[in-house]
Design a protein around this ligand. Structure first.
Ligand code: F6R
Length: 607
C-alpha cells in the first residue's frame, strides 16, 4: 500500500528524515520510492524503482538539501512499477510536487482535458493529474491552499495527498479523503504521514486527520480546515503509547485481525475499479467457448463461488479448477476457444502460472485477477484486473478473498447485462446491494466479533470440525475450514452439505461441532434437513444464519447473524467474515500466532 510522508523542519535537512520515515513504512509493501524537497526556490526530486536501500545506493536519498520535503513508497495501482511511475509527480513547470495514496477514479477524463489544454504527462499514474490541476489553479493567482482546495474538489475517489510548491516554499498542504493521514508534532518539526510508525521515533504526539479535511504544515505548526466549507477545525494532538510493532498494526494485536477489519475499505476500493478493464474481461468471457477458473487455496474458493455467480446470473457454465490439477485434468482439452481466468492474489503462485503457461501454449486466452500489478500474472495475461486490496501481510488470505469475490461478482453482473440474461430491474437491485456490502460487513464485524470471541472460548478444545454449506455457500464453508485449519491447526472437513451423508456423517458423535453456512436462499429448505440429520446424531450445531431466521436458530446450539435481504450470489462476502474471525480467535485461544502459521508462505512459488 502506498505510504506518504512529509516534514517541515526549523533546522537541518529534510531528506535524511524522509528516508528514515519511508524505511519505517516499508512494512506496508511497495515497489518504488521517491522524495522531493525545496531549496533556494527550486524543487529537487529523487526517485527510483526497487527497495529503498537499492534506490538509496544508486541515488543517495539523503543528499537533497532543503528543510521541507515529501516522500513516498509506491505500491502500483495504475501503471506498472517503474522509475517514471514512482512519486513524487510534478507539473509541467517542475515547481509543484505531489505524493498520493489512493485511487483517483476520474483521472482518465481529467487527464484528457488537461492534455487538450497543453499539459504533458510523463507517467501512467492517476496521481500525475493532481500537480497539473494545481498548476492551473496557481496560474489563476490562487494561494497554494486555495489551489489544492479547488483541485481536490474535482477529484473522485480516495486520496491522501501531500503537496509542496516553490511558490510558497515553507508549506506542505495535505488532504485526506478515505486514505489514512496523520500529523506528528515535535518541538521544532511537523510531519504528515500515512501511518503513525513513520514518525513514532521522532514524536508520539499525533493528530488524526479526518475525512474531508485539509491541513497546512509550516514552521508555525499545523492548521486544519474542512474542505466542504473551509471552516477551521481545532484538534489537539493525542499521545500515542504504542510500541513500533503495535503501531504498524494500527493498534491491532495481529495483521490478520487488522486485515479482517479492513475489508469494508477494500471492498469499497474494488467498487471503484476502472470500467474499461471489467468491460474488456467481460467481452473475452462472453466470446469464450469454455471458461476455466484456475487458482489455488483461498483464491480457488473465490473461483468456486464465482462459478455459481456466472451460472446463476449470466448463464455461463464455468469450470473452477485447482491450478495444480489443471494440466493433468484439462491440459490437452484447452484450445484457442478456451478462456482461462487465473485468480491469484500474489500473481506469482507457481501452480497457477504453470496452468497459465499450458493454456498459453495451446493458444487459449488468459485473463488475470490479481492484487499485485507488475506480478508475473499481469505480464502473461491478455487482460487483467487488479483487485485493489492493498498488500496483505498476514499469511492467511482474508481481505483479498472478499475483494476477489467482489470483483468476480461485478464481472458476473456485467456479463449478465451484456447477455441480456437478467432484467434491468434485477441488475439495478443487485448493483445497489453490492454498494451496500461494505457497510453491511462493517456492521456485522461490530455486532458479531465479541460473540465470536466467546464461541472460540467454548469450542477451543474440540478435536475436529465440520463446515457445511449448499450452493454458493459451499465455497464459504470450504474457506472457513481452510482458515481454521491453517492458523488454529484444528483438523476440519468441509463439504457441500448434501454430500455429508455420503460418508462424512460417519464421524459424527455427540458434541462434534458442525458449522453450517446457511443464508435464507433457495438452499435453505434442504440445508434444514442436513442440520436435522446432524442434530439427530448429537452434533453441536453452529449456524451462520440470516437475522430473523428463527427456524434455524432454534435448531442451533450457537448462531452468528448476518443482516437479511442479501442476494444469494453476494452472500459469500458477508458470510465468510464470521468464519475468518472464528479462525482468528480460535488461533488465539489455542496459543497459535495467526500471522505466522507454521509451514506456510504468503506466496507459494514452488510446484
Ligand atoms: C490461504 C492462502 C493460500 C493462498 C494460495 C494462493 O489463506 O492464503 O491458500 O490463497 O496460496 O495464493 P495466490 O492467491 O497468491 O495465488
Amino acid at each position: 500500500m502506498c505510504g506518504i510522508f512529509g516534514c517541515v523542519l526549523k533546522n537541518g535537512d529534510a531528506a535524511p528524515i524522509i528516508h528514515a520515515a519511508l524505511k519505517r513504512l516499508e512494512y506496508r509493501g511497495y515497489d518504488s520510492v521517491g522524495e522531493a524537497t525545496i531549496h533556494e526556490g527550486r524543487l529537487l526530486t529523487k526517485k527510483g524503482q526497487g527497495k529503498i536501500d537499492e534506490v538509496h545506493e544508486t541515488y543517495n536519498l539523503d543528499a537533497l538539501p532543503g528543510q521541507i520535503g515529501i516522500g513516498h513508497t509506491r505500491w502500483a495501482t495504475h501503471g506498472a512499477p517503474s522509475r517514471v511511475n514512482a512519486h513524487p509527480h510534478t507539473d509541467c513547470s517542475g515547481k509543484i510536487a505531489v505524493v498520493h495514496n489512493g485511487i483517483i477514479e476520474n483521472f482518465s477524463e481529467l487527464k484528457k482535458e488537461l492534455e487538450e489544454r497543453g499539459h504533458t504527462f510523463q507517467s501512467k499514474t492517476d496521481t500525475e493529474i493532481i500537480p497539473h490541476i494545481i498548476e492551473e489553479e496557481l496560474e489563476r493567482n490562487n494561494t497554494l491552499v486555495e489551489a489544492v482546495h479547488s483541485a481536490v474538489e474535482r477529484l473522485n475517489g480516495s486520496y491522501a495527498i501531500a503537496v509542496i510548491s516553490v511558490k510558497e516554499p515553507g508549506k506542505i498542504v495535505c488532504v485526506r479523503k478515505e486514505s489514512p493521514l496523520v500529523i506528528g508534532i515535535a518541538e521544532d518539526e511537523v510531519y504528515c504521514a500515512s501511518d503513525i510508525p513513520a514518525f513514532l521515533p521522532l514524536t508520539n504526539n499525533a493528530v488524526i486527520v479526518e475525512n474531508g479535511e485539509l491541513v497546512v504544515l509550516s514552521d508555525k505548526g499545523y492548521e486544519i480546515r474542512k474542505i466542504v466549507d473551509k471552516s477551521s477545525v481545532t484538534r489537539k494532538p493525542e499521545v500515542i503509547d504504542w510500541d513500533p510493532a503495535m503501531a504498524e498494526k494500527q493498534g491491532y494485536p495481529h495483521f490478520m485481525l487488522k486485515e479482517i477489519h479492513e475489508q469494508p475499505f477494500c471492498i469499497r476500493n474494488t467498487l471503484r475499479l476502472q470500467e474499461q478493464y471489467l468491460e474488456l474481461m467481460t467481452t473475452f468471457l462472453d466470446r469464450a467457448g469454455e471458461v476455466f477458473l484456475v487458482a489455488c487455496g483461498t483464491s480457488y474458493h473465490a473461483c468456486l463461488a464465482a462459478s455459481y455467480m456466472f451460472s446463476k446470473l449470466a448463464m455461463l457454465a464455468t469450470h473452477p479448477i485447482i491450478a495444480s490439477e489443471f494440466v493433468e485434468q484439462h491440459g490437452r482439452a484447452v484450445n484457442i476457444d478456451s478462456v482461462v481466468l487465473a485468480v491469484s492474489q500474489s500473481g506469482e503462485t507457481a501452480d497457477t502460472l504453470d496452468a497459465v503457461e499450458c493454456a498459453r501454449q495451446r493458444a487459449a486466452t488468459v485473463l488475470g485477477l490479481t492484487n499485485i500489478i507488475g506480478s508475473t500474472l499481469t505480464r502473461v495475461a491478455r487482460a487483467y484486473v487488479c483487485q485493489q486490496s492493498h498488500p496483505e501481510i498476514g499469511v492467511a488470505a482474508t481481505k483479498t478473498f472478499t475483494s476477489q469475490l467482489s470483483v468476480l461478482s461485478q464481472l458476473a453482473l456485467r456479463l449478465a447485462k451484456k447477455r441480456g440474461k437478467v432484467s434491468h430491474v434485477e441488475i439495478e437491485q443487485l448493483e445497489e446491494k453490492l454498494e451496500q456490502i461494505p457497510d453491511i460487513v462493517e456492521g456485522l464485524i461490530e455486532t458479531q466479533e465479541e460473540k465470536i470471541k466467546q464461541l472460540a472460548k467454548k469450542y477451543r478444545d474440540k478435536q475436529c470440525f465440520f463446515f457445511l454449506g449448499r450452493g454458493v455457500s459451499s465455497a464459504s464453508a470450504l474457506e472457513g475450514r481452510l482458515k481454521l485449519l491453517e492458523i488454529a491447526y484444528a483438523p476440519a472437513l468441509a463439504y457441500p452439505a448434501g454430500e455429508s451423508k455420503h460418508g462424512p456423517i460417519g464421524l459424527i458423535e455427540p458434541g462434534f461441532p458442525v458449522i453450517f453456512v446457511c443464508p435464507s436462499d433457495g438452499t435453505r429448505k434442504t440445508i434444514l434437513g442436513n442440520i436435522m440429520e446432524m442434530k439427530a446424531r448429537g452434533a453441536s450445531i453452529i449456524a451462520v444464519v440470516e437475522e430473523g431466521d428463527e427456524g434455524i436458530k432454534s435448531l442451533a446450539d450457537d448462531y452468528l447473524e448476518i443482516p437479511p435481504g442479501l442476494p444469494e450470489i453476494l452472500s459469500p462476502i458477508p458470510y465468510v467474515i464470521p468464519l475468518q474471525l472464528f479462525a482468528y480467535y480460535m488461533a488465539i485461544e489455542r496459543g497459535c500466532d495467526p500471522d505466522q502459521p507454521r509451514n506456510l508462505a504468503k506466496s507459494v512459488t514452488v510446484k
